[in-house]
Design a protein around this ligand. Structure first.
Ligand SMILES: [Zn+2]
Length: 301
């Protein structure tokens, strides 16, 4: 696949960054005095110019729609997180209908999380997460909805490698693809996912002191399959660990990848931005004008 760096790097300007996964409706009220506009402005000041706000449940959608309506640089997804507790599981038709109604650019976040299933008993206060069976059926329905809508999937996967890959193989269209978000698996799993048309998104975890294997993955995966994200308000990168995360700090994730690969920050920014719009095609018409121009000349929109 071609690298698009030069065309996305206007002279003397740092190219833009994209936060490909943030929970703008769940940001800590203490951040920037609870003022979301100020949070986004802090990110824009570092040239983070596109935000994909991710749904955790379909009930989030009204708030997310309002965010997208009031901010030109916010696009949204529609989906149900594997750990979210629901009284009733939405059908494929209901998921498709919800996604279409809100003009979602992706389905998710969806996926499988067996970690909390195995460990929730350690935390007596925690509610029982949905069972493996419920998670698999919920994920399957969202993969089918995504395939039928031609939308990419945003996938959360934790300690569920085989089941995640099996469902992707069975139900996901490699021509549409998706992303393994906040990836913490190994290189083999990442490569297997890439073979099925998926991108790998790295979060602030890649900056953590003990994340050597993730940094190795940041070096070894092809740059044209990587995305960057904050997953804010969770998982603030070094040197902000312990604070509520915010989209401005996606730059720290890009800096870490640049340092690992021995390339410029500009190249990481340009390539991950191109990757974002290549995957989330429905967001491309609203990209900043010079980015749209570059994408057009590269034949991506
Ligand atoms: Zn998330």
């Amino acid at each position: 696949m071609t690298h698009l760096t030069p065309s996305l790097t206007p002279d003397n300007r740092c190219p833009m960054f994209v936060d490909s996964h943030c929970h703008l409706d769940r940001l800590d009220p203490a951040t920037h005095g609870g003022d979301l506009a100020a949070v986004l402005d802090a990110a824009r000041a570092r040239n983070v110019r596109q935000f994909l706000a991710i749904a955790v449940t379909l009930e989030d959608l009204p708030a997310l729609v309002e965010l997208a309506r009031t901010h030109d640089d916010v696009v949204i997804s529609a989906g149900i997180h594997p750990l979210h507790r629901l009284a009733e599981e939405p059908s494929v038709a209901a998921i498709k209908d919800a996604a279409e109604r809100v003009a979602a650019v992706a389905i998710g976040e969806c996926g499988l999380d067996y970690h909390h299933l195995d460990n929730h008993h350690l935390d007596k206060a925690a509610e029982t997460p949905p069972s493996r069976e419920v998670q698999r059926e919920r994920f399957r329905r969202q993969l089918i909805a995504a395939r039928e809508l031609g939308l990419p999937v945003v996938i959360h996967t934790r300690e569920a490698r085989e089941d995640t890959l099996a469902l992707i193989r069975e139900h996901s269209d490699p021509a549409v693809g998706g992303v393994l978000h906040c990836f913490t698996g190994d290189l083999d799993m990442a490569r297997e996912a890439v073979r099925h048309g998926l991108y790998i998104s790295l979060s602030g975890i890649v900056t953590f002191r003990n994340a050597q294997s993730l940094r190795e993955l940041a070096r070894r995966l092809p740059l044209d399959r990587l995305l960057i994200e904050t997953d804010s308000p969770y998982l603030a990168p070094v040197p902000h660990r312990g604070k509520p995360n915010e989209p401005a700090w996606v730059v720290e994730v890009a800096e870490c990848i640049a340092a690992e690969r021995g390339i410029s920050l500009e190249e990481v920014a340009a390539q991950t931005t191109a990757n974002f719009y290549r995957l989330f095609r429905a967001a491309a018409p609203d990209a900043p004008a010079e980015v749209r121009e570059a994408l057009r000349s590269a034949g991506l929109v």
